[in-house]
Design a protein around this ligand. Sequence first.
Ligand code: SAH
Ligand code: SF4
Length: 441
Amino acid sequence: MNVYDSERMGEALNAAGYQSVNVPDEADMVILNTCHIREKAAEKVYSELGRLKKLKDTNEDMIIGVAGCVAQAEGEEMLARAPTVDLVFGPQTFQALPDMLDELADNRADALAENGHIKKAKGVVRTSFPAEEKFATLFETPRQPLVRSPAAFVTVQEGCDKFCTFCVVPYTRGAEVSRAAVEIEAEIISLAQKGVSEITLLGQNVNAWHDEAGGDIGLGQLLRRLAEVAGIERLRYTTSHPRDMDEALIEAHADLPELMPYLHLPVQAGSDKILKAMNRKHTAADYIKLVERIREARPDIALSSDFIVGFPGETEEDFTATLDLVKQVTYAQAYSFKYSPRPGTPASEDPQIEEDVKSERLARLQELLNAQQVHFNKAQTDETLDVLFEKQGKKPGQMVGRSPYLQTVHVDADETVIGKILPVKITKAHANSLSGEILGS
Ligand code: SAH
Ligand code: SF4
């Protein structure tokens, strides 16, 4: 979602006369788009700001902005803690960037008049809520997408009302808001006209998406509509919550060849006691039953998930229940994290599990998940997969694309394959990617 938001900021700034450059040294303005989900991500912002301060010391006019959820959470405090920062704005206000820049220019002019230099100019902070206003503004200003890849993200839903006890999202991104189906369709048509053939619909709870105006349709129906858009050959969506996986969405997996057989369905933990303490509102058995139903609809679907280890109160037995769930479900891919206490969330106030216990559990879980991923990748050897080629690889003469199961696939080919979906015979499986040969070449 931050990638998508950054692209839209780039578009807003392009319209205001800015151009993007590849390295901060060449920039008049640098914006960090930040993540608050775990402490590690939030900490990175300040070390990065330390590096940028050195650049600003050599170029006083340089503008430094902090966007995203760390900015949302810290607001004014950020200006006090990092005086080098000029703009602080949350994920629901970035459409106002040109406006904020005007305000900053005024503040700098005032400071220059008062003090003879711009150093003490007042910074600009925008952290209002919720997302409706942003969506309305973004829709009114037709998108001029700077398309770089045949695979694009489109945000359809933002925010979260679920309040899992470990999570900051409901506080930083705000309440659940869905974009209207007509807006989404229009954006995807404009992307398709620029050569995009794969769309990933984004939302914190993407499967909670619904459009009341259009007869209360859900994500399953939306996907059916989008599959009709000329040029769109592949559809994906992320991140879904197990509780919002309704029958219409599962049926879309059975019926739509455009809907790729890959589903990220976070479960977080396998112990019912921990799931309850996390406020996930489903049991391990509910999740397993759901997976069975989804696999009935689309037998080859590849599953991925998120896991948290070391949540407050997690015993060895609870952790073993997570391992058992992983063994039962079997995943093609997964993300796993040590629990990170986040300010303002209920679980952060509970007695915490020791760091070394968390580390040891994470290592055991990752060993199992990695083995499943390698097994899944190895099973594709000698198979033929349709690959959408997205870009050049790191090695000369190498092109990179994605399989229907979201695996990265490398082949030797020239740039003419970019944007095409071609059959590839898989010759070798690695831990994180596949290699193959384009059939008929
Ligand atoms: N809406 C999605 C997840 C969004 S956050 C869902 O409900 O599944 C992405 C992932 O970050 C979560 O799935 C969770 O595994 C992880 N995460 C969120 N808060 C965390 C925390 N405090 N500590 C560790 N991991 C966390
Ligand atoms: Fe966070 Fe997802 Fe839970 Fe919402 S449903 S609170 S985004 S983990």
